[in-house]
Ligand binder design. Structure first.
Ligand code: SAM
Length: 263
């Protein structure tokens, strides 16, 4: 029991309301807005592995990864694999990204409370909610919250993500739009941060145009369809764009106007 209390303290949450079995903790955050959530030992182990591998580094990113488990966002036949560090199928030929990739992108984005973020490629809605927990934390007043706008080009998948976001309790912090995000989302621009979760042939100009000029950051995989892709961080200062190579990756293709065109 003592070690479970220590684990709960390590998680950094405010109140441990119940300890159930060897592998299930029920945790209640007592500040507004009141939410309850479960943290299973296997998810905690995954988070600890990502920390020890040096992938998860920053306190607010670690906290959000702990609190927003992938389980709720997967179809029933995939739920048992939620804590495996690999992309998992969600239907419509698409995947929920691997936890290490979501962690790498969230760290690269340099997220802070209050930011306005655009995601291109909602998929299951999971990644958007991990970001929402950083820029609009559950234990801070709503007046401090930022917002995530996430676009999804497949209509049925947008509906699936919307239902997941609602179930997870993030619909006040995440807006999902059925839209070709390769063109950005001009209705809500400019954005402090933009992330693209599908591989583009090049950096779409509407995305850099829609970044804030005073240090806006875009994180985007660029390259071929499925192979030879590089993750880039692009920082905007005035009209100047600085591009950093963050390493090789493998993402599903970005489609739409500025996406991959195979024919
Ligand atoms: N972030 C997601 C999650 O947490 O489950 C995983 C995203 S999945 C790797 C990439 C998603 O990008 C797919 O759902 C795909 O349909 C979507 N997509 C591809 N091209 C798009 C576009 N032009 N606009 C919006 N979404 C797009």
């Amino acid at each position: 029991m003592e070690s479970k209390h220590r684990l709960a303290q390590a998680i950094g949450l405010i109140e441990l309301s119940k300890v159930l079995s060897n592998n299930l903790l029920i945790i209640t955050l007592c500040k507004e807005p009141a939410i309850s959530m479960t943290v299973k030992a296997e998810w905690e182990q995954l988070v600890r592995n990502l920390i020890s591998e040096g992938i998860l580094k920053t306190e607010n990113i670690i906290r959000s990864m702990r609190l927003v488990s992938r389980e709720l966002f997967l179809p029933d036949n995939m739920k048992q694999s939620y804590a495996i560090d690999a992309p998992l199928p969600i239907g419509w030929g698409q995947t929920a990204s691997a936890p290490h990739m979501v962690s790498i992108m969230n760290e690269a984005l340099q997220l802070e409370t209050g930011q306005k973020v655009l995601e291109v490629g909602a998929g299951s809605g999971w990644h958007a909610c991990t970001i929402a927990e950083v820029i609009a934390p559950s234990d801070q007043p709503k007046s401090a919250w930022g917002h995530v706008f996430t676009t999804e080009i497949i209509r049925d998948l947008a509906d699936y993500a919307r239902a997941n976001i609602e179930k997870a309790g993030y619909s006040e912090r995440v807006t999902i739009v059925h839209h070709d995000g390769s063109q950005g989302y001009s209705a809500e621009a400019p954005f402090d941060r933009i992330l693209v979760t599908a591989a583009a042939p090049d950096i779409p100009k509407p995305l850099t145009d829609q970044l804030r000029p005073d240090g806006g950051i875009l994180v985007i995989p660029v390259g071929g369809t499925y192979y030879f892709q590089t993750l880039y961080r692009v920082t905007k200062k005035g009209t100047q764009l600085t591009r950093e190579n963050l390493g090789g990756v493998a993402f599903v293709p970005l489609t739409g106007k500025y996406g991959q065109h195979t024919n």
